[in-house]
Design a protein around this ligand. Sequence first.
Ligand SMILES: Nc1ncnc2c1ncn2[C@@H]1O[C@H](COP(=O)(O)OP(=O)(O)OP(=O)(O)O)[C@@H](O)[C@H]1O
Ligand SMILES: [Mg+2]
Length: 327
Amino acid sequence: MSQLLASIRNLSVRYRTRDDVSYAVDQVSLDIQRGSVYALVGESGSGKTTVGMSLMNLLPDEADILGGEVWFGDKDVLTLNDNELREIRGRRATMIFQDPVAGLNPVIEIGDQVAEVLTTHLDMDKRAGKIAAIEILTQVGLPDPQRVAKSYPFQLSGGMCQRVMIGIATALRPELIIADEPTASLDVTVQAQILHQLDTLRREQGTAILLITHDFGVVSQIADEVGVMYAGHLVETGSVREVLASPVHPYTHGLLAALPRLDAARQDLYALPGNPPDMNEPSRHCAFIPRCRKAMQQCRDVGPPQLTSIPGQSGRSVACYNPVWQE
Ligand SMILES: Nc1ncnc2c1ncn2[C@@H]1O[C@H](COP(=O)(O)OP(=O)(O)OP(=O)(O)O)[C@@H](O)[C@H]1O
Ligand SMILES: [Mg+2]
């Protein structure tokens, strides 16, 4: 029996910039079950990081939440104060940030940063924290962990910083890890190690993972469910196996058809022709129309399609007036 850990309901987020606005996330709903991996995929700018950050109420000041709820257990994190949020952040949920260098403190040695997180959140004194920090740096495959521990973030490569972040996020054994492109700057061997480490946590500790990625290779390796995002909307959801085998949204279909081989090690999404739309006003029609080979007059006459269950296919949904059934 699956058990719900976190749930986003009808989340809409808009960013304010100096002279414009961006409707980054529109009416997104998704459920994350304990011990499962939910992959959020989509092109750059589709709103994945915004959704991930909202789970820990980490959105920056320029983000306005226009509506929705974000439940973690029995708490709506969007309504919690800082003290209540501290109970969740770091303890029950951690995030591996897309920009690993920005996720670390530039003026503190790596070993001290890792140790500090451990002593703050776990029952550990300073000395034990320092020893455990070296162990963690070793576990994430960093060569010469003693030297890394004595380094500052700017002395390490982006990939090395990312491994430090992964070490910190997993060491706390949270109930949920939000992993934002956790392997994007790593080579294939290290990527496999990190995915294995995440998968072990999930199996042994029951950790749930929201995996944000544009790499279908990664999705097929460890995710259970997938949500495909386009221009701030979730356009298709379902089990990874079924969505990869028979995608029904023309966007998902196009992305997967553009991949030469599904089982190849790394597969980027960016092969689809055309570009996503500007998001400086809420979409009045389906945002995918300009790139869609299945668009009909009806799509242009009505509002954006809602994500709805696919008849006869349990657990799958699509937001489209003219889905691809069989071709
Ligand atoms: N701090 C911000 N201020 C203004 N606009 C922002 C900010 N963060 C994100 N946006 C805008 O919101 C939209 C969604 O951004 P988001 O970072 O969530 O996308 P993403 O799917 O994670 O993209 P990527 O794959 O490039 O990481 C984009 O149009 C982006 O430009
Ligand atoms: Mg992002």
